[in-house]
Write a protein that binds this ligand. Sequence first.
Ligand code: IPM
Ligand code: MG
Length: 370
Amino acid sequence: MKKRIAVLPGDGIGPEVTKQAKKVLGVIADRFGHDFEYKKGLVGAIAIEETGDPLPKETLETCLEADAILFGAIGDPKYDNNPNAKVRPEQGLLRLRKELGLYANIRPVKTYDSLVDRSPLKRIHVEGTDLVIYRELAGGIYFGDKGRSEDGESAYDHCTYSVKEIEQIAKLAFEAAQSRRKKLTLIDKANVLETSRLWRQTVQVIAQNYPDVEVEYLFVDNAAMQIILRPNQFDVILTENMFGDIISDESSVITGSIGLLPSASIGEKTSLFEPIHGSYPQAAGKDIANPIATILSVAMMLEHFGLYEEAELINTNIDFMIRKGLVTQDLHSRNFISCSKVGDALSLLLDQNISDVRFENMFEGKLPVI
Ligand code: IPM
Ligand code: MG
């Protein structure tokens, strides 16, 4: 299969983690006889530095022409601490989501048995957690009118949703529930917000077409609590943009590290695949970041191409590496390997028979082959 992949490494640890993900894609291409062609694009703070624009025109064109986008991370503390900045790295990602009509952000959260003790929650609450968040990504308060009053003493961010915007993501979430454990939880704030009442009303209508799916409605404050108390009660979570942003970071720590969570953003044009973690500037250039979230995002990309066997191979080998403790320091503070070694080890596993690999060597800085 021939595919063009736009690679947008972005800021902070973005370039390091996307490099490992590309390494893995290369091995998959060789093993299965695919032809993946990459084209790099600037985005975020680095794009502002080089062009003055967080999403240069050429990057958008590259994305529109590609079959999929591999995205690293964006953000720089320089802008976070300057509320007066006129251009911000995040605008690059937000504009990209809008331009591509990426209305559904899919974020699976799954615990790994061997990591259950790393979770800040007790084993009995974490075990068996396997949920997926369907976050609306192209509307709501993120994209409504925003501004300041003339005297600068007040500010506003409008939150708007249309039935159509809710319907298109709700359908995807119901379909996902049908192929999973047939439970869908809508998270909203319908006791206070009009937009949430429209969400609830629209979802109630759509639910009639999916009689086999059990639907539950939770207010976001209660949901934030339930995710910590009993994460394994959830199957598919459907929610709007801002609540989804918050709930997905909250859910990510359940697995023991935010460095493990991938995501897929799909919509009208090219789909985008990115880890849910940010640019983690403190770790940039140190080769310590966890590339697994990005590699798992690549597995979601392969599934999107219909390459299920390839995706499955990556997922099982990542499971295997986590079980063997071949992980970065966010997952194991004493015995750990670097970001690039995780990519090397996985590439070897994908390339050859597991029994030929000696993982002990990895900790001594050698390659794990006999
Ligand atoms: C995410 C991020 C982004 C968001 C930022 C970087 C704009 O937090 O993808 O969750 O808020 O959507
Ligand atoms: Mg976020």
